[in-house]
Design a protein around this ligand. Structure first.
Ligand code: FAD
Ligand code: PYC
Length: 409
């Protein structure tokens, strides 16, 4: 064991410093201390010098969906708007450990979306073409190629749903979710941002159509600008601002197995079988399925989820039958009608939104932080996030990502 005196003097603090008193006013208040809120705070301070910022988190840091997701990072979406947006995030992710001087265990694995039907093959081809057109590395592959990329997959034609092909996305990656949040928190705090956990926002002060303050369980605060980045609680918090979101909140469950020696390099997704799996750096299989079939504000997890998931997993990897499940959990996913996020301006002046992240928002953590910081600091809506503004639902300009964002359809 290292003695304290033998540690290098320059050893950086691993975490942000403890919270102090709330000030009576901040230039910017960010509601939600998940990855998105923390990343925005970090880029506001680092890229724009906006440091009079408070991140208010009702629970512990990044204990919401940031703690609960299965960490898949990819940009193989269907719409040009989606592909460009997630590709910027993927690139930021690839350089994140260096930028923040904190190892987020970013690991490029390749991502295979399996097609078991002609319709799924058609969608895979479509996605591959849109991706390639925008310079994103994706291609349609067939069983002979899939066998080389993932020899463990059951490619037998004699199963109920044989694998006909797949969308292969070599840059698909995973990372350590909580390290991403800690890295942003640590850098933001070092730049002067205040991070207050156990500080729930319970109301907003709005005067003449403009937000001027937030009410919290620790007292009221005046502020210049507010961003809400609260994932599964988006409708509730937006309601405090008088904003109705086109969002349904639906539980999404996941689980991990006991750790085993590395055998699975790529990330495997099957929409038809409602199952996806990757192997973490620790050797655990990280697995999930489609969202639950009903809206609910709950993070309970169910036996049905596990039974159905295992049934389908065994169709793909029959040899994992003896593996034990270590943990299962759920998060609350805010699902939009078009399976795309809601980002940017709202009808309330100086009140910004980052919501509708459903089952797909971990991969967007860096780009959300960067582009929302740009919006808040400059007042200009970045081109990259314009397609995702709330007003698109009034103009019938949805960004339909269902075929590429959801695990089961
Ligand atoms: P969160 O991390 O949830 O942070 C929001 C914070 O706001 C929470 O900590 C919450 O406590 C806080 N909050 C709420 N209300 C208040 C209030 N009134 N006052 C103060 N604080 C408040 N995405 C991917 O890209 N890839 C995946 O593989 C993936 N897998 C997933 C698997 C599961 C099981 C789940 C549930 C989600 C998955 N996602 C995935 C989606 C992803 O987890 C989320 O979209 C993303 O984490 C959202 O980040 P966030 O910072 O917006 O939200
Ligand atoms: O966005 O790739 C994704 C994903 C997979 C599982 C949940 N979300």
């Amino acid at each position: 064991m290292l003695k304290k005196s033998s540690l290098p003097l320059s050893l950086p603090a691993r975490h942000f410093s403890g919270q102090g008193r709330l000030k009576s006013r901040y230039d910017v208040v960010i509601i939600g201390g998940g990855g998105h809120g923390l990343a925005t705070a970090c880029y506001l301070a680092g890229d724009y010098g906006v440091t009079d910022v408070a991140v208010l988190e009702k629970g512990y840091l990044a204990g919401g969906n940031t703690a609960r997701n299965t960490t898949i990072i990819r940009s193989n979406y269907l719409t040009p708007e989606g592909v460009a947006f997630y590709e910027e995030s993927r690139k930021l992710f690839a350089g994140l450990s260096n930028k923040l001087d904190f190892n987020v265990l970013y690991s490029e694995r390749g991502h295979l979306t399996l097609a078991h039907t002609d319709a799924a093959l058609r969608t895979a081809r479509w996605r591959a073409e849109v991706n390639k057109h925008l310079g994103v590395d994706s291609e349609l592959v067939f069983p002979d190629e899939i066998a080389k990329l993932c020899p463990q997959l059951n490619l037998s034609p004699d199963v109920r749903y044989p694998i006909l092909g797949a969308l292969y996305h070599p840059p698909g990656a995973i990372a350590r979710h909580d390290a991403v949040a800690w890295a942003y928190a640590r850098r933001a705090a070092a730049l002067g941002v205040e991070i207050h956990t156990q500080t729930e926002v319970t109301g907003l002060k709005i005067e003449n159509g403009k937000v001027t303050g937030v009410k919290t369980r620790r007292g009221d605060i005046a502020c210049g600008k507010v961003l809400q980045a609260v994932a599964g609680m988006s409708s509730e918090v937006a309601r405090m601002a008088g904003i109705k979101l086109p969002v349904k909140t639906i539980p999404l469950q996941a689980c991990v197995s006991e750790p085993v020696k590395p055998f699975l390099d790529p990330i495997i997704v099957s929409g038809s079988l409602h199952v996806y799996v990757s192997q973490s750096a620790r050797g655990e299989l990280v697995m999930g399925a489609a969202a639950d079939p009903y809206p609910l504000y709950s993070t309970r997890s169910t036996l049905e989820f596990k039974e159905e998931l295992m049934m389908h997993l065994l169709e793909l990897f029959p040899f994992v039958g003896g593996l034990k499940i270590l943990r299962q959990w759920a998060g609350m996913a805010d699902m939009t009608p078009d399976f795309s996020p809601v980002m940017g301006l709202t009808p309330v002046e100086n009140y910004y939104i980052d919501a509708g992240w459903g089952t797909w928002g971990f991969k967007a953590t860096p780009v959300c932080g960067k582009r929302l910081a740009e919006l808040i600091a400059t007042g200009e809506v970045p081109e990259l996030i314009k397609p995702f503004e709330l007003a698109r639902f009034h103009r019938f300009q949805q960004v339909g990502e269902r075929g590429a964002a959801a695990v089961g359809h």
